[in-house]
Design a protein around this ligand. Structure first.
Ligand code: DSN
Length: 407
């Protein structure tokens, strides 16, 4: 690369990725094919519009690529329509909101501290600014969604839209129950399946597609594609939705990323993708077992998906922020996370969120994740023992040695 400054920083970031255990639940490592498409000459092309209805010439190959991406997304998720243009999950959510809501309309979403996402109504997000969001939480004892509470809040506020799906919720979500509640109050149902899309694709999490009017997602979490968004919907909403994405909220689609999404959808149809997702689930269970043996409290008592929340405040008396910082010194990357009914401010949090998708891609098995649990436990129980931390960092380095970012 001629730009030495940026080239060196990319090289350093690659080295960081290679030498760290990546436990951020929303991250993953893409295949070489996806990387190649995302860095391809397709980035040179403007293609405002949709296949065969473009506002620029020279789109004959772009049209084929985007059509393949749409068809593969529909096939993978058994959906009637797919819009593959959203640049991100936030823009996918914004597109759906703008398609069916008016400014000030009432919406129901999951509270951020219970596991929801910023775009599910946080007051600082466009969602909370433009619409009147109300939220449901989780049951204070089980820390799982209480569908009776969701129903009661829905009956009270009569939302035009109910949003479900989460960023840090470790349990199965019952989309059928959400649909029944939405029908009872006459609301649309939107499911944001960003975190669990890979599990849904292979049938290891129940699919929201049969129940939701709109399903939004990112493509880079468990789905292991490029950093981008996706919307699935019923055929009857196709025109409404497509107009909202372009020209509603976006201009030229990122066709290099759409090509990468098409490859991602094909990869997700391979038999080995299901094997990978099963390993993701097994690895989470190994990590939970290891941490529980060390006395750590796991929010909701466990996990049904690719992530878990560890209550580090209760388990070892430190904040999530402190835990995130200390783990980083031994080359383990994760993020602080609020836990249900958290008493700490969002900048500190009482928990950390751990996910298995990224390291499973790098070839970690249950033994590796069990060891990772022991390393985390030793580190967080001895936060001032620098000598121990150095030993733990060496253990991490030996675990990641000879593990490529993507096999
Ligand atoms: N920031 C993503 C996550 O980490 O879950 C959600 O957008």
């Amino acid at each position: 690369m001629k730009d030495i400054e940026i080239g060196q920083l990319i090289a350093k970031e690659k080295e960081r990725q290679l030498t760290h255990i990546e436990l951020i639940a929303s991250e993953n490592f893409v295949s070489d094919d996806i990387l190649e498409a995302a860095g391809s000459i397709l980035t040179n092309k403007y293609a405002e519009g949709y296949p065969s209805k473009r506002y620029y010439g020279g789109c004959e190959y772009i049209d084929q690529i985007e059509t393949i991406a749409i068809e593969r997304a529909k096939k993978l998720f058994n959906a009637e329509h797919a819009n593959v243009q959203p640049h991100s999950g936030s823009q996918a959510n914004m597109g759906v909101y703008q398609a069916i809501l008016n400014h000030g309309d009432v919406v129901l979403g999951m509270d951020l501290s219970a596991g929801g996402h910023l775009t599910h109504g946080h007051p600082l997000s466009f969602s909370g600014i433009n619409y009147e969001f109300h939220s449901y939480k989780v049951d204070p004892i089980t820390e799982c969604i209480d569908y009776d509470e969701v129903r009661n809040v829905a009956l009270k506020y009569k939302p035009k839209l109910i949003v479900c799906g989460a960023s840090s919720y470790p349990r199965f979500i019952d989309f059928k129950k959400f649909k029944e509640i939405a029908d009872e109050v006459g609301a649309y149902l939107m499911v944001d399946m960003a975190h669990i899309a890979g599990l849904v694709a292979v049938g290891l999490h129940p699919s929201p597609v049969p129940y939701a009017d709109f399903v939004t997602s990112t493509t880079h979490k468990t789905l292991r594609g490029p950093r981008a968004g996706l919307i699935l919907c019923k055929e009857k909403y196709k025109d409404l939705l497509d107009k909202r994405i372009f020209p509603g909220i976006q201009g030229g689609p990122l066709e290099h990323i759409i090509a990468a999404k098409a490859i991602c959808f094909k990869e997700a149809m391979n038999v080995d993708f299901k094997v990978y997702q099963k390993q993701v689930l097994d690895n989470v269970q190994a990590l939970i077992k290891s941490l529980k043996e060390e006395g750590f409290r796991i929010v909701s008592g466990g996990s049904d998906n690719h992530l878990l929340l560890v209550d580090v405040k209760k388990s070892c008396g430190i904040t999530g922020k402190k835990a995130e910082t200390i783990l980083d010194t031994i080359n383990i990357t994760c993020n602080k996370n609020s836990i249900p009914f958290d008493q700490e401010k969002p900048a500190y949090c009482s928990g950390i969120r751990l996910g298995s998708a990224a390291m499973t891609t790098r070839g970690f098995n249950c033994d590796d994740f069990y060891k990772v649990g022991k390393i985390i436990a030793k580190c967080l129980k001895n936060i001032d023992d620098k000598k121990l931390h150095e030993e733990l960092k060496q253990e991490v380095l030996s675990l990641v040695k000879d593990k490529p970012l993507h096999k």
